[in-house]
Design a protein around this ligand. Structure first.
Ligand SMILES: [Zn+2]
Length: 414
């Protein structure tokens, strides 16, 4: 360990050392490392952001691992503050209960349970629930809201402790966690350890096919160590005595997959969805590293069109502010060169981020009420996957002549 940094040389899924670089983005500080005013003079450390392809199993991943304690302990992302995710989790809980009917005898465990938003919906349906989350502040909040939360990283040791106290789980969920962990083999062994014989493991992750086809390069940041696709996952679970039996494509984060996994001994059949997605991935050569040359070119093209447009606006002395400060904004801002000479401030609805400064570039984050006061000419939507709802909620801005810039998947001005 060097400053909490560790260089990983082996594939996170198959342990092969045959990893080749397919994309190199601008180095950034941790994407959620917002800074308070008193810490502005401390220079933030930047880490390389380079994507690697495994020649053995075709899994796409970062090799640079930033110390999880630095990334997650004072995490400022709270699921419950985003209405889109609250609705998503509500439907998610209902769908799983309807489709798979997990036993009410055992409990439902959520790994990376955040503020307990998902578990609350399961609890309302009548399930016993347990959350596991390493973030101190957010776990405390979940606990206060009545969601039993174990404040730890989920690993084999944690699974043993929980098993001893509460027995096995009928369902284990993990959302935007399976992409975040450096030790997927360890997590999977812990899941298998804690799951009832007929229990299911359900997780959601960004889908590499969407990342590639829609140029969602800003979903690449240090917290996301893995960019999953179905072909490598099938082999991975088989080698860990589990089996991928269903995959559903969903809209979150610009395109994700919900994967359902069972113990190998369980007799349930593999759903056609798994085979269909394998065919689809093969049809676009997602399992061939040469494919990612297009990805690099697509990013360059989008960078150029946005920068040409901004240059023109700046020559007309127009003012621009950012809208939304999600983690992905850090990658977007660094890769596209959106510094404080481009963006005067960033608006974000999360009170946890307001009053802070953006990671590394130190652009102030303010509440949306500031738009009326500071009156920028343009709002560049950094949280562009929520562009529609942001535009709808800020009609007054456009009514008074303001314009929205949406940088991805293709540059649009509204
Ligand atoms: Zn591999």
């Amino acid at each position: 360990m060097d400053n909490g940094k560790d260089k990983k040389q082996l594939c996170r899924l198959c342990s092969s050392s045959k990893l080749s670089s397919i994309l190199k983005l601008a180095s950034t500080p941790p994407a959620n490392a917002f800074v308070s005013k008193e810490n502005l003079n401390i220079r933030q450390k930047k880490y390389p952001l380079e994507l690697f392809f495994c020649e053995n199993c075709s899994h796409v991943q970062l090799t640079e691992v930033v110390d999880p304690i630095e990334l997650f302990e004072n995490y400022v992302y709270v699921s419950g503050t985003s209405p889109v995710f609250v609705e998503h989790f509500s439907n998610y809980a209902k769908d799983i209960v309807k489709t798979y009917q997990p036993s009410l005898e055992n409990y439902i465990l959520d790994i990376g349970s955040n503020d307990g938003t998902l578990l609350k919906f399961f609890k309302n349906i009548g399930y016993k629930t347990i959350g596991v989350d390493p973030a101190i502040n957010i776990s405390k909040k979940a606990q206060q809201d009545g969601i039993n939360t174990v404040n730890e990283f989920f690993n084999y040791k944690t699974s043993e402790k929980i098993k001893e106290k509460y027995s096995t789980a009928s369902l284990i969920t993990a959302n935007n966690v399976f992409a975040h962990s450096d030790d997927l083999i360890g997590i999977t062994k812990a899941v298998r350890n804690l799951l009832s014989p007929n229990g299911l493991f359900v997780f959601e992750v960004s889908y590499l096919l969407d990342v590639y086809q829609k140029t969602l390069f800003d979903t690449i940041y240090h917290e996301h160590l893995s960019y999953h696709s179905v072909i490598p996952l099938i082999k991975f679970f088989q080698s860990n005595e589990m089996e991928l039996i269903d995959v559903l494509r969903i809209n979150t984060h610009g395109g994700s997959i919900r994967c359902v996994v069972k113990n190998i001994e369980d007799k349930r059949q593999i759903n056609k969805s798994v085979f269909d997605l394998v065919d689809l991935e093969k049809s676009v050569s997602l399992n061939n590293k040469k494919t990612f040359k297009n990805f690099t070119n697509n990013i360059k093209e989008r960078k150029k069109s946005l920068n040409d447009f901004i240059k023109e606006l700046k020559s007309q002395k127009k003012t621009i502010a950012g809208f939304g400060a999600p983690a992905k904004a850090t990658t977007l801002m660094y890769e596209f060169g959106l510094k404080n000479d481009v963006l005067d401030f960033i608006v974000d609805d999360s009170p946890l981020k307001q009053g802070l400064y953006s990671p590394g570039l130190h652009i102030p984050v303010v509440p949306s009420s500031s738009i009326d006061v500071l009156k920028p000419d343009y709002l560049l939507i950094l949280a562009w996957n929520f562009a529609d709802s942001i535009i709808r909620k800020n009609k007054e801005f456009s009514n008074s002549g303001g314009k929205f810039i949406i940088p991805l998947p293709n540059l649009r001005v509204i």
